[in-house]
Structures are given as C-alpha cells and as structure tokens.
Ligand binder design. Structure first.
Ligand SMILES: *[C@@H]1O[C@H](CO)[C@@H](O)[C@H](O)[C@H]1NC(C)=O
Ligand SMILES: *[C@@H]1O[C@H](CO)[C@@H](O)[C@H](O)[C@H]1NC(C)=O
Ligand SMILES: *[C@@H]1O[C@H](CO)[C@@H](O)[C@H](O)[C@H]1NC(C)=O
Ligand SMILES: *[C@@H]1O[C@H](CO)[C@@H](O)[C@H](O)[C@H]1NC(C)=O
Length: 386
C-alpha cells in the first residue's frame, strides 16, 4: 500500500545519491567542487570536435590521440587541451584519448582530465602546476601513481580518480585535500598512514573496490578529524569498519557481507545522521538491541537483509528502509519510540511525536492493513510502503 510519495526532503536526496547514482556529480558533499564561475558560461563549446571516447576492446588497442586543436590565445595552452579565454585558471583536457598528462601551465587551478587513457602519474606529471586545486582523472587507466607526485600539490582540494585501475590508495596525499574519490578501482590495499595527515578531508569515497576486513586496521582512518562522509559500499567487508572518525555524518556500507554490528558501535558518533546498510547479511542475531536507537540519526537503510523484527529507533528518525527482509509481524506499540499511551491525547503538542515520515516494509512477510497502533504512534508518517 502506498500513501503519498510526492514529497521530498532535501536531506533524503543528499543521503540517497551515493548509492543510486554512483557516477553522477555533484553529489553529497559539504561543498560543491565547482570553480568560481566567471560571468560567461563556465564551459563554452570548444572550437575543435569532441567525439565520444571509444572504449577499445583491449588496452593495447587504444584509439589514436585526437588531432590538436587550433592555437589558443594562451601561448602556454597544451595543444591537446582547451583553454577557455575567460577562465584562465581552468584547463579542459578531457575525452581526448590522451595517454599522458600534458604539460600543465602553472596558472591552472582546475584541471579536467577525465575520460582518457592515462595509465600513470609519473613524478613530473604536474611539475609546474603547484597551484592545482582540483584534478579530475575519472575514467582513465591509472595503475601507477608516483610516491611523490601528489605531495607537490599543496593546494589540492579535490582529487577525483574514480574508474581507474588502482590497486592501492595513493600515498603522500596533500594535507589540503577535502575530497578524495577513489571508487570503482581495484583497491585492496591501504598503505599505513595513507590518510593520517588528511585533517581537512571531508569526503572519502572507496566504494566498489576490493576492500576486505583485514585491510581496515584500527589506525587506518586515524587522523581524519573532519571526515563527514565515508563510503565503503560494494566491497567485501564482513565486519563494521573499526575506528571510524567520530565526526562522521554519513556512513555508507551497502552491498558488503556484514553480519553483525558490535554492541554500542554507533554510540561513538554523535553526528551520525545517515546510515546505509542495504544488501548485507544482517539478521536479528547480529543486531544488538538499541543499536540503531541513537539520537541524531535521520535516515536508516536496512533493506535487503535478513532482519525479522523491526529494530528500536529513536523518535528523531525520519526515514526507515526495511524492505526485502524477513519481517512477519509488526507491533506498533513495541516499536514506538515514545510511550504510546502517553500521547493518546491527540491535542497534545507535536513536539514529542516521533518524526518518522517514510517507512518501507514491502518485500517482507507482512500484509496490509497497516496496524492501527503503528499509525497512532507515528503520526507524522506521510508514506508507508507495505
Ligand atoms: C616551469 O616553470 C619555470 C619557471 O616559471 C619555467 O622556466 C619552465 O619553462 C616551466 N616548465 C615547463 C615545462 O613549463
Ligand atoms: C531508545 O533509547 C532511549 C534513550 O536512550 C530510551 O529511553 C528508549 O527506551 C530506547 N528505546 C527502546 C525501544 O529501547
Ligand atoms: C503489542 O505489544 C504490546 C506491548 O508489548 C502488547 O501489549 C500488545 O498485546 C501487542 N499487540 C499485539 C497485536 O500483539
Ligand atoms: C523486494 O521486494 C519487492 C516487493 O515485494 C519484490 O517485488 C522484489 O522482487 C524484492 N526484491 C528482491 C531482490 O528480492
């Protein structure tokens, strides 16, 4: 049964993007990674053709680099790239079938190198461009990153290397980093101390890699004092990650093999508002009582597990996804975060009414109608799917 689904909460969008649209950008983030916009359009149509990159069958069968564009107004503009005249700090070298990083002029802050065939970042890759703030290397073939190439970029704030062939997290990442996106690589190793100096890092995306429990040591995330979003979805973890930084706001662990959550695990995170644990192996046995009954949680995703009873939640929770589990019955009085009897008086203030507004229960062993005590408790519910 569906009640109104036509409302949307900005926070929900914020929380759901990481999983649903893994390549879309911009995504959940405290800041938009967008260079300041000059008065004219950010990205005028370049004057040379921009064909779609053709994916070769084999890495050895790379399409030829595209012919260089016309001369630029900037004498230092690499011929394989585009230098917008009204945005001198940006350099567009994306989708050009490049195998190497071109020589980047030192005036460049925003560098677009996505959708090429770059396989390596050697020491000299960004030699003169020490002012770089934003590098997009998504969708290349990078396997090797020189141990010192990144530490020479003291202003780097965003580093995007999604969809490459990295087997480990690059070392010597600059302290200035705020966003590190390494999803869809082959990462199975995190060198010791890889993140230890990244005190400003807000977002760490390691989803769709090959991370196993033994890679995440108690000191792996140590030092990430500002970390707000940690995405470890689509790996092969069996356990919850140890010592996640306490500032965390969003923790994404969908599509792993997690069976149990240690008792009190989430109590360490006073700001945690979004938890995603869809597609794991959680059952009642693995969920300590009250494990999700934490006061600042707004959105909890537990769909596609093997849970058979609705876990205790706090009255602040707004969205609860329990679809595709093994729930057979639901007792609204038992799961009500407040004492149901206490606010039978409907005229009482809404202050203490549980905040739950969206509840998914479909794909369980439940049948409509929705129990009356559930509706009595969660009076702000706008949508229940059962
Ligand atoms: C790097 O910068 C120096 C000093 O500004 C300049 O002399 C040199 O030609 C530049 N090198 C390249 C490869 O652009
Ligand atoms: C949830 O936690 C609160 C505060 O710690 C507590 O009062 C409440 O009884 C808990 N809910 C359940 C269902 O145990
Ligand atoms: C639900 O739980 C309450 C309190 O534990 C109990 O009194 C009530 O009988 C239960 N309702 C049903 C339908 O089982
Ligand atoms: C989840 O539940 C829905 C609704 O019952 C069902 O249509 C769907 O096939 C289920 N998905 C899986 C993967 O079991």
């Amino acid at each position: 049964m569906k009640a109104s689904l036509c409302w949307l909460l900005p926070l929900l969008i914020l929380a759901s993007e990481a999983q649903d649209q893994p390549t879309k950008r911009p995504r959940t983030k405290p800041k938009q990674p967008r260079p300041p916009r000059p008065g004219r359009p950010l990205r005028p149509t370049p004057s040379f053709p921009r064909p779609q990159p053709r994916e070769p069958a084999e890495p050895t069968d790379l399409p030829p680099p595209l012919p260089p564009g016309p001369p630029s107004l900037f004498p230092d503009c690499p011929r394989e790239c585009y230098c917008p005249y009204d945005f001198p700090s940006a350099l567009y070298c994306d989708s050009r079938n490049l195998r190497k990083v071109p020589v980047i002029p030192s005036r460049i802050h925003y560098l677009y190198l996505q959708n090429n065939f770059i396989s390596e970042l050697p020491l000299e890759a960004f030699k003169n461009a020490s002012g770089l703030r934003w590098i997009n290397l998504d969708n290349n073939r990078i396997r090797k990153v020189d141990q010192k190439v990144l530490e020479r970029l003291p202003s780097l704030v965003f580093l995007y290397m999604e969809k490459n062939q990295l087997e480990e997290v690059p070392v010597a990442l600059p302290r200035s980093l705020e966003q590190l996106r390494l999803s869809q690589n082959l990462i199975s190793k995190i060198p010791p101390g890889a993140f230890s100096k990244l005190e400003k890092l807000l977002l760490l995306d390691l989803q769709s890699n090959r991370l196993r429990d033994d890679v995440l040591r108690p000191d792996t995330f140590q030092g990430l004092k500002s970390l707000m979003q940690l995405n470890l979805a689509h790996n092969t973890l069996r356990k919850m990650p140890p010592k996640v930084p306490p500032a965390i706001h969003q923790l994404y662990l969908d599509s792993n093999r997690i069976e149990t959550i240690p008792s009190g695990y989430f109590k360490a995170f006073p700001n945690l508002a979004f938890i995603r644990l869809n597609y794991n192996r959680l059952s009642d046995r693995g969920l300590p009582r009250n494990c999700f009954n934490i006061s600042n949680l707004l959105v909890l995703h537990l769909a596609h597990n093997q849970i058979s009873s609705v876990p205790a939640i706090s009255s602040r929770l707004e969205h609860l996804y329990l679809n595709n589990n093994s729930i057979e019955k639901i007792n609204g009085t038992q799961i009500c975060p407040n004492n149901l009897v206490a606010f039978h008086d409907f005229s009482s203030d809404l202050e203490n009414v549980p905040h739950l507004r969206y509840l998914r229960l479909d794909g369980n062993h439940l049948k409509p109608p929705i129990p009356l005590d559930l509706m009595m408790c969660f009076r702000l519910l706008q949508s229940v799917v059962i």
